[in-house]
Design a protein around this ligand. Structure first.
Ligand code: TMP
Ligand code: ASP
Length: 236
């Protein structure tokens, strides 16, 4: 399938029309960004690795009962997805405290949470993705009551499903971010699930195997993504 008109270009993916009205083509680029786009670098092979990683995880989630926008892999770095109207919201679940929650709440880095916690953020780089609550979402009509409920329930379900997938491969799913959208009456998981948007640690050594390697200048970023992919059973 040929890419049509480019509709949108994000920090790591571009979105194109496809030859179906209700489907779009996602192009996973090598661009890797941190600190709300302040730092951007090209990492060889990352587009391909993330495209295949995302397809594998989305197919796993579908099998486990999560409706996703994934339709089919088109090439090494392109995927066909359902066309969604995206909510301008990021849904984050954390199993271990690290990253922004430690700065915000002054809690110790690396502490296991007694139960997973959930946060909404507004998707807005200029404002550095501020944390918002359900009242903000409803007052500004960013999503309706049903969508808020679906986003919370589905994000926790994804946490259960993927925590197990990574645990079975000797890794910890520390935290992750999801985005959802609507097609007609239905709400689907959209965007992507890749090591760009989550934290994954080796269970024994707690070595970071995700985009924190890039944020912290640890090197071996794509190699770590490939290691995670191979450990959960992907043949890259
Ligand atoms: P945080 O600790 O920076 O709030 O991030 C929590 C998790 O969500 C982490 O796995 C990274 C992911 N995330 C993104 O991928 N993009 C974002 O814009 C935000 C706010 C979080
Ligand atoms: N918000 C994403 C991150 O922190 C991308 C970016 O900041 O540019 O990884």
């Amino acid at each position: 399938m040929q890419r049509g008109e480019q509709l949108y270009s994000g920090k790591a993916k571009s979105v194109y029309e496809s030859d179906q009205d209700d489907a779009l083509i996602l192009h996973f680029r090598n661009d890797t960004s941190a600190f709300d786009g302040e730092r951007i670098e090209q990492l060889d092979r990352k587009g391909m690795v993330n495209n295949k990683f995302n397809a594998y995880v989305m197919e796993h989630l579908e099998r486990e009962g999560i409706p996703t926008h994934f339709l089919e892999l088109l090439s090494d770095d392109e995927t066909l997805v359902r066309r969604l109207d995206m909510f301008p919201i990021e849904c984050v679940v954390r199993n271990i405290a690290t990253g922004s929650i430690c700065k915000r709440l002054g809690v110790e880095d690396g502490v296991d949470l007694s139960q997973p916690t959930f946060e909404f953020f507004l998707k807005n780089d200029e404002l550095h993705d501020p944390m918002i609550n359900e009242y903000h979402i409803k007052s500004f009509n960013w999503a309706d009551d049903e969508a808020v409920e679906v986003m919370k329930v589905q994000t926790f379900k994804v946490n259960d499903i993927l925590s197990k997938l990574f645990a079975d491969a000797g890794m910890i799913l520390v935290d992750f971010k999801l985005e959802f959208g609507r097609q007609g009456a239905n709400i689907f998981l959209g965007d992507e699930f890749t090591p760009d948007g989550c934290r994954i640690w080796d269970a024994e050594t707690r070595e970071k195997l995700d985009k924190d390697r890039f944020r912290k200048g640890l090197g071996g970023v794509v190699e770590a993504y490939e290691q995670v992919a191979q450990r959960i059973g992907l043949d890259i």
